[in-house]
Write a protein that binds this ligand. Structure first.
Ligand code: HEC
Ligand code: HEC
Length: 148
């Protein structure tokens, strides 16, 4: 019993020590993304150029593909969804736009519907235009590769 308590105490001590060490390391490295003091107004956000026609690869299998065209003029609200006039079948054939995949028609109970389901109606919640933005912080991100 005594040994058990000792073991737990040692494990706890180690864990706490690690958390403290980790916190110090993070504090030394982390820099706020905001470069002006909190009391000063934000500087205007950068304006990025949409990368039209370029096709960015997906970084992992489940990633919603990036949009290879501008989207800010397409209205999405209760009455209209202008994305659908090109991406919904049969318009997708006429517009030569990729058809929305069947997963967009499945409701939260797994039942297939005939129209785009509410959980995928607001397209720009998941799909954003490709822009020439630089990474916010330097990083070594590598796309996931299957079979590794
Ligand atoms: C006028 C027709 C039109 C409208 C409206 C439109 N798109 Fe597109 N979209 C296209 C075409 C054409 C392509 C293929 C372009 C290419 O591959 O360069 C495309 C490509 C895409 C892709 C890439 C699919 C893939 O498999 O890589 C996504 C995602 C997308 N659009 C989302 C949207 C969203 C979200 C909206 C609304 C905000 C929208 N589109 C509105 C015509 C349209
Ligand atoms: C909840 C997130 C989500 C929303 C909302 C959403 N999508 Fe997607 N979309 C995805 C994901 C994830 C994929 C990739 C997997 C797949 O094919 O379903 C995808 C794939 C696509 C593709 C490529 C299909 C293919 O076969 O290459 C198109 C085009 C597309 N979506 C258009 C749209 C449009 C238009 C809307 C709005 C009506 C929309 N999406 C709403 C997540 C979303």
């Amino acid at each position: 019993m005594k040994i058990k308590i000792m073991a737990i105490a040692v494990a706890l001590g180690l864990a706490l020590g690690q958390v403290a060490g980790f916190k110090d390391a993070v504090a030394a490295d982390v820099r706020a993304l905001r470069d002006s003091p909190v009391s000063a107004p934000d500087k205007a956000p950068d304006v990025y150029k949409v990368q039209d026609g370029v096709k960015h690869e997906r970084a992992y299998r489940q990633q919603p593909p990036l949009v290879p065209h501008a989207t800010e003029k397409y209205e999405i609200d209760l009455k209209v969804n202008q994305c659908l006039r090109c991406h919904e079948w049969p318009y997708s054939d006429q517009e030569k736009a990729p058809k929305i995949s069947d997963l967009h028609y499945i409701d939260r109970n797994g039942v297939r519907q005939d129209t785009v389901n509410g959980n995928r109606y607001f397209c720009t919640q998941c799909h954003v235009s490709q822009v020439d933005a630089k990474p916010l912080v330097e990083n070594k991100f590598q796309p996931a590769v299957t079979g590794r």
